[in-house]
Design a protein around this ligand. Structure first.
Ligand code: NAD
Length: 290
């Protein structure tokens, strides 16, 4: 296939490189970043998408997605599929989907889980919203970039799945970190905490696979001085998207709201910016109740 790829950042560059390495013709565009090996660099987004069967965007946010979509939709060939893999507002995904469909294009919102390691290793999970025929067209590409793609329903449902997942992740990380910090103060060793909780009803991905305590459990950013991994500011972004969606849908999400407030404080007023989202543990350690 001929693929246009817009947004060659931390995630987009390795995803585009994997598609090229698998034998697809990939033409990329980024306002700042250069193209990775195997990917041709176009002079504009419109040039990158001309004649493409599938166009993939991997951009920072919904405002940028809207701006890029306004440029690329008129430049795409009829019948081609626009796939946005960025994490953006559900509403932004649905709006751009409507524009794409009105222009005779297919649409998928396909945000990812798995981070830069998953992007490099081709092991991402795609949560997909859109039509079945577009999903069938793009599935061979999802199979190269990832290990799993789940069609979750119509346009916007991929983003809905992503923010629900990440709301659980943010809340669970905070719960795991505050429990570790409390265990410290109760005189419990971290290894004991891990051994018990990872095999008891408090277990979770944050405890078992991404343990926020250094030296305990599998290798995680905690063992690398909380270098991200998944940066606290990206978690802040996703929790903000979750609360915006909750408000729009009149969903009661008190834990999600509390997690957003804590990550906002951590990133904006404490030393969270640039650290992994599991660095909530040293944050709790330093604090008492007052
Ligand atoms: P990034 O900032 O590294 O990459 C975004 C790229 O988009 C940059 O290279 C930037 O120059 C480019 N860009 C900005 N405006 C542009 C425009 N108008 N035209 C073309 N290119 C433009 O971000 P990232 O880490 O690659 O994340 C991309 C998306 O994936 C985000 O929505 C993020 O929330 C999501 N995501 C990231 C991770 C992660 O671990 N990094 C995990 C899951 C999802």
């Amino acid at each position: 296939m001929r693929i246009g790829f817009i947004g060659l950042g931390n995630m987009g560059a390795p995803m585009a490189a994997n598609l090229a390495a698998a034998g697809h013709e990939v033409v990329g565009f980024d306002t700042v970043a250069g193209a990775p090996e195997g990917v041709a660099r176009a002079a504009s987004a419109a040039e990158a998408v001309a004649g493409a069967d599938v166009v993939i965007t991997m951009l920072p946010n919904g405002a940028i997605l809207r701006a890029v979509a306004a440029e690329v939709i008129p430049a795409m060939a009829k019948g081609a599929v626009l796939v946005d893999c960025s994490t953006v507002e559900v509403d932004a995904a649905r709006e751009v989907a409507a524009l794409a469909e009105a222009a005779g294009l297919g649409w998928l919102d396909a945000p990812v889980s798995g981070g830069v390691g998953g992007a490099a290793g081709g092991t991402l999970t795609f949560m997909v919203g859109g039509a079945e025929d577009a999903f069938a067209t793009v599935t061979p590409l999802f199979d190269i970039m990832g290990q799993k793609a789940v069609l979750c329903g119509p346009a916007g449902n991929g983003q809905a799945a992503k923010i629900c997942n990440n709301m659980i992740l943010g809340v669970t990380m905070i719960a795991t970190c505050e429990a570790f910090a409390m265990a410290d103060k109760l005189g419990l060793s971290r290894q004991s905490m891990f051994d018990v909780v990872s095999t008891s009803s408090g277990y979770s991905w944050t405890m078992n696979a991404y343990c926020p305590a250094p030296g305990v459990g599998p290798q995680s950013p905690a063992d690398n001085d909380y270098q991200p991994g998944f940066a606290a500011e990206l978690m802040l972004k996703d929790l903000g998207l979750a609360q915006a969606a909750a408000e729009a849908a009149d969903a009661d999400t008190p834990m999600g709201a509390a997690a957003l407030a804590l990550y906002r404080q951590f990133v904006e007023n404490e030393d969270g910016r640039g650290r992994d989202f599991s660095a909530m543990l040293p944050r709790f350690e330093e604090r008492g109740r007052g």
